[in-house]
Write a protein that binds this ligand. Structure first.
Ligand SMILES: C[S@@+](CC[C@H](N)C(=O)[O-])C[C@H]1O[C@@H](n2cnc3c(N)ncnc32)[C@H](O)[C@@H]1O
Length: 219
């Protein structure tokens, strides 16, 4: 996702949108490369407020850049209205990061949000997001992975959406965001892991590019 962000900045993307930002630190980690490119961080009001407090306490240790915080409760608020009110420019090329969120939503909610983003973002916009899917190998590790959504449910974070990497391209294309790249755990490990750790086989990342036509599927 960071590589895709840097590539987008190198080609002159005009604004950055980080959806469900949580404690995302890109606005500080990439302060030099971002320059004056506006970064909109969308999050639940409670998380956004807590993060603002942590940032204020650590201000002296951070580069001076700041995100434009957009408090949105996806259950009650309209993403497009809140973003435009915060200064987001719908006609501009946008790089969207949607990390660690899709697996906690419904298929309809992800489709709806991709459709909204298609309307909101200008031509040449790009989007990176990660996904979960149910591995189907019969071995013990895969069986534990298949049980993990139920275990997370007990912690109050139920995983609700799984789309197989072979199917995600069609899903995203119908929602207006054809996949330029689908990268699974084996390839991610090859590219980025330099120690003994493993990337969970049930996780993968997509790099999407906004289609020029109207999405086929909404809602
Ligand atoms: C698992 S975290 C991912 C955070 C970050 N993107 C990351 O990868 O570390 C999910 C994020 O979704 C946000 N979220 C959960 N429910 C939400 C809601 N109803 N409206 C807006 N944001 C919500 C949370 O505040 C949290 O920041």
């Amino acid at each position: 996702m960071d590589d895709a962000l840097l590539a987008a900045l190198a080609t002159g993307v005009e604004q950055i949108l980080i959806l469900g930002a949580g404690y995302d630190t890109r606005v500080w980690r990439f302060a030099a490369q971002l320059g004056h490119t506006p970064v909109f961080e969308v999050d639940h009001p409670a998380t956004a407020e807590r993060k603002a407090g942590i940032v204020a306490e650590n201000r002296a240790d951070l580069p001076s850049s700041s995100p434009i915080r957009v408090a949105v409760d996806f259950r009650t608020d309209r993403l497009d209205e809140r973003l435009v009110a915060a200064g987001f420019k719908p006609e501009r090329s946008t790089f969207v990061v949607w990390e660690g969120v899709s697996m906690y939503l419904t298929r309809a909610a992800v489709k709806e949000t991709l459709g909204t983003l298609h309307t909101l973002c200008g031509p040449d916009s790009r989007l990176v997001m990660d996904w979960w899917f149910m591995v189907d190998a019969p071995d013990a590790v895969s069986t534990v992975l298949r049980m993990s959504p139920q275990m997370l449910h007990l912690l109050g974070e139920p995983i609700t959406l799984g789309i197989h990497p072979e199917d995600v391209g069609g899903f995203c294309e119908r929602a207006g965001w054809p996949a330029a790249e689908v990268v699974g755990s084996v390839e991610l490990e090859k590219r980025y892991v330099r120690d003994q750790r493993h990337i969970m086989p049930a996780m993968y990342v997509t790099r999407l590019e906004r289609s020029l036509g109207t999405p086929l599927a909404r809602g």
